[in-house]
Design a protein around this ligand. Structure first.
Ligand code: AMP
Ligand code: MG
Length: 396
């Protein structure tokens, strides 16, 4: 059995590089950029008005002029005009191009209109209310770096530089494999000795949130079937994500089957709770990675978040986020195991605090639905006092 730290480091040493692909702009949400995005023109691309009002030449103010003849009205989307003399003004709307020869904008609130003339009540500052060309970004500047996760705000930037298609990191093809003779389909009515599958569905939902649509496969606890089906799956997928069949039971055939199929075991069993019997292996030449989680729903769910998500981020070239939270109550660590304890979070005076959920062990998936995530408690003898900062793993 190895320590959590060792297991985590080993998982992150076996990332996959899956290459890049080009997708349409709106398909790229939630993906990771694999190209730098540059400004295709200045931002803003012209001197734009930031107010509805009038555009004047400041030279008029210096001459004491406070009443201007209206030369025309400029709306956003009109090409640039020229102010013909400094006794004139243009009415100008937010987003419109500043006319040539004008250099100052006065908002309507500080003006009065009468018979084709506009007078001003307050002396303006030269150059006010203009969002100057190129002051946000210059043409050619890098706006977004490769490795950026594409959020809704990023989509806005991509749209504004004309990226109709975006080059993103490819995602791994994943087969989620559930195992167990006791499991029936969601739509079936289980007999008294059976239960409905839940892990594979929960993993499916979690993977969809990171834009991966996995294929689901279910295997009975039968060594021959397991070997045959896993061999096929290994040919068709980059990652196998199994649940169940990796503990010490008489029907836990997965480690043997993977061994027979030429998968190199990196480790089996981690000093942690839940999720201790986690089996992790690779087939380096063929670029395959196998996460084989113990079947208890809380174990599968915790290990997915603890190991798989950071592995995925690193494979995609994204920095893993590290979050800490403050304990709202004292907690007791385990003397030899790293604990992943389910918690609910609350925000108190600018700090994210957590309370532990009293789940009924790693089979209790109902308590899981109430949890906002897990805190990681390193092994130890002494109680950790309230107010201590601990690592937090957010649930999907
Ligand atoms: P195992 O790791 O195969 O020994 O399974 C441990 C426990 O998790 C057993 O009670 C199983 O019935 C349960 N279990 C295994 N796989 C699933 C699954 N896909 N969905 C729900 N429960 C499961
Ligand atoms: Mg089983």
């Amino acid at each position: 059995m190895i320590s959590f730290k060792n297991a985590y480091d080993q998982v992150l040493q076996h990332i996959l590089n899956l290459g890049d692909e080009t997708v349409s702009l709106l398909e790229s949400t939630g993906r990771v950029l694999s190209e730098d995005i540059r400004a295709d023109r200045d931002f803003p691309p012209f001197n734009r008005s930031t107010k509805d009002g009038i555009a004047i030449a400041f030279s008029a103010i210096e001459k004491g002029i406070t009443r201007f003849k209206i030369e025309g009205v400029l709306s956003a989307g009109m090409p640039q005009q020229t102010l013909s003399k400094d006794t004139n003004c243009f009415e100008i709307m937010t987003g419109a191009v500043l006319p040539e020869q004008a250099d100052t904008i006065i908002m309507y609130e500080e003006t009065e209109t009468e018979d084709g003339y506009i007078s001003i009540s307050k002396t303006p500052n030269k150059g006010q209310n203009i969002h100057r060309q190129g002051t946000d970004e210059k043409e050619g500047a890098i706006l977004l770096k490769k490795g950026t996760e594409i959020t809704a705000a990023v989509i806005g930037v991509l749209a504004s530089v004309g990226k109709n298609e975006v080059t993103v990191k490819k995602l791994p093809k994943i087969c989620v494999v559930s195992t167990g003779n006791e499991l029936v389909e969601v739509e079936d009515k289980p007999l008294p000795h059976q239960i409905r599958k839940s892990n594979s569905l929960s993993l499916f939902a979690a993977l969809e949130r990171v834009k991966i649509t996995p294929t689901l496969l279910h295997l009975a606890d039968n060594q021959a079937i397991i070997e045959k089906e896993l061999e096929k799956a290994l040919n068709n997928f980059d990652v196998l994500m199994l649940s169940g069949g990796v503990s010490k039971g008489k029907f836990d055939f997965i480690p043997d089957a993977l061994d027979k199929l030429g998968i190199t075991k990196v480790f089996h069993r981690v000093a942690q709770r839940p999720g201790k019997p986690f089996w992790f292996g690779v087939q380096n030449e063929k670029q395959k990675v196998i996460f084989s989680f113990p079947g208890n729903p809380v174990s599968t769910f915790a290990n997915y978040h603890v190991y798989f998500l950071p592995w995925l981020k690193k494979s995609l070239g994204v920095e893993a986020e590290k979050h800490t939270v403050i304990l709202d109550e004292p907690v007791q660590p385990h003397p030899t195991l790293t604990l992943f304890t389910q918690v609910t979070t609350a925000c108190h005076e600018g700090k994210l605090t957590v309370k532990t959920l009293k789940g009924n062990g790693s089979g209790d998936l109902v308590s899981l639905a109430l949890a906002d995530g897990f805190i990681r408690l390193p092994q130890g003898e002494t109680e950790i006092p309230a107010g201590t900062a601990v690592d937090f793993i957010k649930a999907s």
